[in-house]
Design a binder for this molecule. Sequence first.
Ligand code: FRU
Length: 537
Amino acid sequence: MRNLLFLLILLSLSGCLMSNQNVINNLPYDESGGVSYSDQYRPQFHFTPKENWMNDPNGMVYYQGEYHLFYQYHPESTVWGPMHWGHAISKDLVHWEQFPIALYPDELGTIFSGSAVVDWNNTSGLGTTENPPLIAIYTYHSHELENIGRNDFQTQAIAYSLDKGRTWEKYSQNPVLPNPGIRDFRDPKVSWHEESQKWIMVLAQADHIGFYSSTNLIDWKLESTFGKEWGVHAGVWECPDLIKMPIEGTSEFKYALIVSINPGGPNGGSATQYFVGDFDGKTFTLTDDFKEDVKQVIGKDGIVESGVWLDYGTDNYAGVTFSDVPKNDGRVLFMAWMSNWQYANQVPTEAWRSAMTIPRSLKLDNSLSGLRITSQPVEELNKLVKNKQHHGNLTSEKKYELITASDSSKLYRLELDVVPLDANLIDLVFANQLGEKSILTIKVNEGVINFDRTHSGKVDFEQGFPSIQKALTTKNLLKYTLDIYVDHSSFEIFINNGKTVITSIVFPSIPYSNVSIEGNTIFNIDNLTISELKSIW
Ligand code: FRU
């Protein structure tokens, strides 16, 4: 019996070593010389380009059964460079098919971030009402003008597609919005404003947002600006989005203005803040209650800024929402770049660089702290569940093993309610057999949740990467609901139905196959469910 046990241990050890070996030696290229999706660190249920550099999602629009994802893309290298719009299409928000590059640089510049809309009534005249054009609105960045020291090197332009986004024609009289002399003048996000029957463009203008209106997507008029005196300004403002959102449980709605900022995030580098208010087609006005949360005060050592963050994690940037999601669907669908300018160019991947987050559905909730955006993974992700185990409630222990190496899950979703009882420190530990680990700590008395990636795997490629990220939640709750998606190189942690979110990339040498949770004294777990997930590739 003992020998048998020994043999079993030996076998399982050698099995795990062999599989480690496979992962470690996995090259980004398959035998035929093509790119494989099984190279080390490659996310299995997140979008990554087959090869080369990617940053912001661009032009996300739904049309005729297809979700289009364009993205900042450098097809020649795995570091940032002359930007193109790469393109992928999904029918279900989960599986993506790569398409040829949609927009190439030209004599006006390289193609920076922007958005896309369906021009249903052919207001632009670039299609017909029978075949409405898809219009992409993007920023040209002229490196030539920048290099000769000018300030007006970023302009806004449009392109259109009459074949369901497959090919794009640039408008002959670009740019449609010249630069008034603002160095950072970019990332147009356009939406249709029903009440004023106009297109509204929000544009990042260094330290504030410009609001422009148009009846035809070609002629734009500045209506107002917002933001110099509000929110966080420790970095440049980028990638805004103006979203009309119903307030959950009421018949009212408000506008959320999302603004990415780099640097200045709550845990360093890039992050996304937001503001809640009203928009009348011309001006964005903060809701009174919200002013408290984003006001700047003159402190002893200068201005103290406060912000409200969409995600506390280090790796949710430049996210915006999909245009033209059908009314009968009604969701606000959001996706972001899962990286951070602080280290994006250095992360240890070979064939590709950067993934997108999983798509999320945003809601506006009237919470105890006021109006807040919650983020939740879209339910389409349930398609990926290969094996779902309900473990129910576990009680009165100091430590529980949730997943062990003998379970096959390497990609998983973990759902559980942590009921602290008297415990005030609870660590959820994700570890692999090499001793690398990422730790989520709930500090019940403080209302703080930390995510520690200091020993998560490969961390030494940038000095700030091995960090402990801090997120805020409510203290002393009777339970903390956790919904966690773990891919080969990321965590997406949704706390209390997405009221607090932590998105963080990590680079463990082999997947985290052990998950345990330990408190400083006994505590309970309710509704534990572990779902093993399939790869989308
Ligand atoms: C945000 C950003 C945008 C810009 C793009 C360039 O990550 O800096 O402001 O348009 O990336 O790639």
